[in-house]
Design a protein around this ligand. Structure first.
Ligand code: PSU
Ligand code: MN
Length: 326
């Protein structure tokens, strides 16, 4: 990242926070200063959610999808103890290929910075750092949520806690279908996080177009989604984020029978292997990719790209909104 300036960005939160000590690429810094659309992107999906080899190509495609909508991509990671907002080619290469790249949730970011470590950021830590940098829109694949059996394991993704406390609009394809979907939706309601279906009344199920559950709200354009975020900020009812859930088209989803078999077998393998904690999600995704003959990977890549494109459109719309709606 040589050549990237260390920029001090102030958030609009009062009382003002200290400047975020981050390496911000010139492209992202300029877009933020000029108030143009910027989309935060997570790096965990690259380092731990997609197979090596594929991930570098997909990383480029995700950024290109954001750009195609007229917004600027800001992929976030921690490299050698420094927060990066926007990654250049070398940094992306490293995130996509270095086996030492850790998975950093919010609780880990301060530790990694203090100890000079390198890691990829999850939905939770990316959203938290994006907000700190003044980025209001974020694109990912699937949110973390309440895991099946959470009543026994207490496994609830930190993603939910951050969504509950961070005014960032997150575009996703619902929650990963390996999770307890109704439990996750109930938790989002309890945490006052609005869930908007994009051109649908159904909550998407990541690999599946329909999780089997309804969304409380529907929007039919990027402009409507942006208007929601804008209204919430004007009303100061935006202490939580917004979930904008975009389904895969029905003819692009993973075959539901294959999907159900993968979930059942994947969860059984996980239990047999004794996998717990932060390794659960990456290992499950890996098992899916191995056992679906490439189908889950195809769907995962398609939905991430569609989300990046939509997030770019929302960011551009939001950047153009000011004052009370007339
Ligand atoms: N969505 C994907 N692939 C991923 C993830 C989400 O399509 O790899 C990652 C995100 O970084 C998300 C994390 O924050 O999985 C959730 O992990 P956990 O369940 O341990 O909180
Ligand atoms: Mn977990």
């Amino acid at each position: 990242m040589s050549g990237a300036p260390t920029l001090a960005l102030m958030t609009t939160t009062a009382p003002p926070l200290l400047p975020l000590p981050a390496r911000v690429t010139p492209e992202v810094a300029e877009a933020l200063v000029e108030g143009r659309g910027v989309v935060a992107l997570e790096s965990t999906i690259l380092a731990h959610g997609l197979p090596r080899g594929e991930n570098r190509r997909v990383a480029h495609e995700i950024e290109a999808a954001v750009r195609a909508s007229g917004a600027v991509p800001a992929t976030i990671a921690v490299l050698d103890g420094q927060v990066h907002v926007g990654l250049d080619d070398d940094a992306l290469d490293r995130v996509c290929s270095d086996d030492e790249v850790l998975k950093l949730s919010v609780r880990d970011v301060g530790v990694a910075v203090a100890l000079g470590r390198t890691g990829a950021t999850t939905v939770a830590s990316t959203a938290a750092l994006a907000h700190r940098a003044g980025v209001r829109v974020f694109a990912t694949g699937g949110l973390g949520g309440v895991h099946r059996g959470a009543a026994q394991t207490f496994d609830v993704s930190a993603d939910l806690g951050v969504l509950a406390s961070t005014p960032v609009l997150t575009v996703c394809a619902g929650v990963k279908s390996i999770l307890d979907v109704p439990g996750t939706l109930e938790t989002l309601e309890t945490m006052s996080v609005p869930v908007l279906g994009y051109r649908t009344d159904r909550f998407p199920g990541f690999y599946l177009s329909d999780s089997g559950y309804a969304v409380p709200w529907r929007v039919d354009s990027a402009r409507e989604a942006a208007a929601v975020a804008h209204a919430r900020s004007l009303l100061a009812t935006d202490s939580a984020g917004v979930v904008l859930a975009q389904p895969l088209p029905l003819d692009r989803q993973v075959d539901p029978a294959l999907h159900d078999r993968l979930v059942t077998e994947g969860l059984a393998t996980l239990e047999a292997e004794g996998v717990t904690g932060k390794d659960v999600t990456p290992r499950l995704l890996e098992l899916f990719h191995e056992r679906s003959g490439g189908e889950s990977l195809r769907a995962n890549v398609e939905l991430v790209l569609a989300n990046a494109r939509l997030a770019g459109e929302v960011a551009v719309e939001l950047a153009g909104m000011s004052g009370w709606p007339s």
